[in-house]
Write a protein that binds this ligand. Structure first.
Ligand SMILES: Cc1cc2nc3c(=O)[nH]c(=O)nc-3n(C[C@H](O)[C@H](O)[C@H](O)COP(=O)(O)OP(=O)(O)OC[C@H]3O[C@@H](n4cnc5c(N)ncnc54)[C@H](O)[C@@H]3O)c2cc1C
Length: 383
């Protein structure tokens, strides 16, 4: 899910709205549209491609890159960055166990937020400055889609022209933590997004039609490097990994995810059966239990308080039968690779940390815009 052609975006939900403002956003939407994404992304205020339409769009972009002289290497990993006199001079690329040195003066490092081996390699080189970054942790909350539709549309719920309803909620708690919903997938599915064996991670997706029984969103609690228990630049990764492995064990060790009813979280008791009105969509399956066995208490307490308050804003959000499937640990990168105002690494000339993994984007559109801006900087240098 996190790696390969098109990166995490290929199997994402394909929501293209972004909190950032940049004149390149329309170019990104247009390019996706020219390669097979639905035309309504050009005018919809909340553009959405859908998981079912993304892979062919990404493939069409690859074919155009190739037709323009570009090269796409599958099964190939950059395993080393070659630096001489504080400047990039190449990379080592490994394909099926065979190493090749590619000489270059420019590298755009757009590795995504889950390239833990590459983060480690870069950290060990010690010439690439990195720091731990705040991110968020929580669970996927899942309701019946009709509950959300009724809360948002009232008597008009179910009208075909409206489609499945979405929401965006956030609260600030007395304990200083923010709780918010993220990556809402109306009529969608909770999916597995782990990138390591023996770990469980949740995320969400929906098809273009958004016609599934349930609607889900990440319910996240903000955490900072102070929560990581170490000042090491990669401490956030260790924090994520511990939760993801604990979840794997709590889910029975077969990639099922731990799941708790909202009513049980609020009453502080474990869930023993999932026979309520909301049925989990996560595959291969879920195991009922207590999320406190997986997530730190301060996260569970904050989620519970967040749900109570959000239930006052969106009727049914605190439905006792709603489900929490955990853990959602990959909301954004736990690491930032430092760069200057021209997007270049301050200590390695020609290295451009880019996108979500480097800590400079929070979704498909902002990562794409960041990529464009890195490319523009390289073109400026090359002129
Ligand atoms: C299930 C799911 C749903 C999502 N839904 C949405 C959504 O609706 N809207 C939204 O905006 N965002 C969504 N996201 C997040 C979105 O996918 C990411 O924000 C976006 O893809 C980040 O782009 P990126 O280019 O920075 O990194 P990525 O897309 O993660 O790409 C990184 C690429 O680098 C490659 N790579 C890593 N290390 C190396 C190496 N050493 N050598 C060679 N290649 C390497 C990886 O294989 C990968 O192809 C979702 C993510 C998931 C998993």
């Amino acid at each position: 899910m996190q790696f390969g052609e098109g990166g995490a975006g290929t199997f994402s939900d394909g929501k293209l709205n972004t909190g950032t403002k940049d004149e390149r956003i329309f170019f990104v939407l247009q390019t996706l549209c020219e390669h097979g994404a639905p035309e309504d992304i050009l005018f919809d205020a909340k553009p959405h491609v859908g998981t079912d339409k993304l892979p062919q769009t990404v493939r069409a972009i690859r074919e155009e890159i190739k037709s323009l002289g570009g090269e796409v290497r599958f099964n190939t990993q950059m395993t080393d960055l070659l630096v001489k006199n504080n400047a990039v001079c190449g990379v080592v690329a490994e394909t099926n166990g065979v190493n090749e040195t590619i000489e270059t003066a420019h590298v755009i490092l757009a590795i995504g937020h889950s390239a833990r081996d590459t983060f480690k390699m870069l950290f060990e080189k010690s010439c690439v400055p990195m720091e731990p970054k705040p991110f968020s942790v929580g669970a996927r909350i899942e309701h019946r889609a009709e509950t959300i539709d009724r809360a948002q549309y009232g008597d008009f719920a179910g009208a075909p022209a409206l489609g499945a309803a979405d929401y965006k909620l956030n609260v600030h708690l007395e304990n200083g933590r923010g709780v918010y919903t993220f990556c809402m997938c109306p009529g969608g599915y909770v999916v597995g997004a782990a990138s390591e064996t023996g770990s469980v991670v949740t995320n969400g997706m929906s098809e273009y039609a958004r016609d599934g029984q349930n609607s889900n969103a990440a319910l996240l609690v903000g955490i900072t490097p102070e929560d990581f228990g170490s000042a090491h630049p990669l401490a956030g990764i260790a924090f994520q990994r511990k939760i993801e492995r604990t979840a794997f064990e709590a889910g029975g060790g077969a990639y099922s995810a731990p799941c708790q009813r909202v009513g049980d979280l609020l009453e502080n008791r474990a869930t023993t059966a999932l026979n309520g009105s909301v049925q989990p969509t996560y595959r291969p399956g879920v195991v009922p239990g207590d999320l406190r066995d997986v997530l730190p208490d301060y996260i569970c307490d904050s989620m519970a308080e967040g749900i109570r308050r959000m239930g006052r804003r969106l009727r049914g959000f605190d439905d006792p039968d709603a489900l929490l499937t955990a853990p959602e640990t990959r909301s954004s990168s736990p690491v930032r690779i430092l760069r200057n105002e021209t997007r270049e690494c301050p200590t390695v000339r020609g290295l451009f940390p880019c996108g979500e993994g480097a800590g400079y984007a929070g979704g498909i559109t902002s990562a794409a815009v960041d990529g464009l801006r890195c490319a523009e900087e390289i073109l400026k240098q090359s002129l």
